[in-house]
Design a protein around this ligand. Structure first.
Ligand SMILES: NC(=O)c1ccc[n+]([C@@H]2O[C@H](COP(=O)([O-])OP(=O)(O)OC[C@H]3O[C@@H](n4cnc5c(N)ncnc54)[C@H](O)[C@@H]3O)[C@@H](O)[C@H]2O)c1
Length: 276
């Protein structure tokens, strides 16, 4: 398959969760291709620092505070991006948080927070941006950040599993509906394994009514298979160029997903990956 955007230089990408980690790495990589970028995040200080660093590298970057769990905030982000650059060609629904809970103990506040950011965020992004992308008459590409938890169910992070498996479904149905409707929109779903970012300190952004232990950074920083966000960003760029749907950074999880599919033939329980 081939991508549908052609030359990326001068085209515009909007990236949520763009102040840190994978989102910032995507902004840097897209900027190096000559793309305009709009980064959006809830962390004002990190957002300003990220925007300044992008500008210092010569990237046409803009930043806007946006809470992806709020539809009005995403609509304001779209207004801003279209005002600044006239069009949006790449939308990366990437902002994300994770929380540790046993499924029978997770509070409704905890479910609401994680599903609000990780699932409603991408839904609001598609709902708000894709009609404008289609109306522009130019091709568009949506990259949704799921996780290996989008294709496998990890113990101890119930809301994250449910949200990310929803993000995979959202991405698949976006691709299918666009194809059936004959509109020039492609979708990709990013399913990284462990990446060295600040996701382990997600609680820095959690609402005051969400209780519980911090997710923790140990597994993310010490895992031998951990990769840097720049490597992920390179994979995302390749997927946009090649028109790939699945963006898998750690092949061993693909093997586990195959085991999960095989279990459907026999009725065996799904494989349980090691907790992160
Ligand atoms: N790091 C990993 O190992 C890993 C693995 C699989 C998937 N992911 C996914 O990658 C994505 C990016 O995370 P990361 O690893 O770069 O972590 P990160 O914490 O470095 O970056 C996430 C960003 O999202 C922002 N954010 C949080 N809540 C928000 C909200 N309501 N609205 C807007 N922005 C918000 C944070 O401020 C932060 O800048 C997430 O969707 C995460 O689930 C990460």
């Amino acid at each position: 398959m081939a991508g549908i955007l052609g030359n990326l230089s001068g085209k515009t990408a909007v990236i949520t969760g763009g102040a840190s980690g994978i989102g910032l790495a995507m902004a840097e990589r897209f900027g190096a291709e000559g793309m305009n970028v709009v980064i959006a995040d809830v962390e004002d200080t990190a957002l300003t620092a990220a925007n300044d660093s992008l500008l210092a590298k010569g990237v046409e970057s803009r930043a806007m505070r946006c809470d992806v769990s709020d539809l009005g905030s995403i609509e304001a982000l779209a207004d801003f991006a279209y005002e600044e650059f006239g069009n949006v060609h790449v939308l990366c629904n990437n902002a994300g948080v994770v929380h540790r809970d046993l499924v029978w103990e997770a509070s409704i506040e905890s479910w609401n927070w994680v599903l609000g950011v990780d699932l409603w965020g991408p839904i609001y992004g598609v709902k708000t941006f894709v009609p404008r992308m289609i109306a522009s008459g130019e091709p568009g590409h949506v990259v949704n950040t799921a996780s290996t938890a989008g294709i496998l169910t990890f113990p101890g992070i119930c809301s994250y599993d449910v949200a990310k498996q929803g993000v995979v479904a959202l991405s698949e149905v976006l691709l299918a509906d666009a194809r059936n409707a004959g509109v020039p929109i492609l979708a990709s779903v990013l399913c990284p394994g462990v990446v060295r970012t600040k996701i382990g300190t997600s609680e820095r952004n959690r609402p005051g009514n969400v209780q519980g232990a911090a997710f923790g950074t140990k597994g993310l920083t010490t895992a031998t298979e951990a990769i840097d966000p720049e490597e992920v960003a390179e994979r995302v760029l390749d997927a946009i160029r090649e028109g790939h749907f699945w963006i898998m950074t750690h092949p061993r999880y693909v093997g586990l997903a195959q085991d999960r599919a095989k279990a459907m033939e026999t009725g065996a329980p799904p494989p349980v990956p090691s907790p992160i």
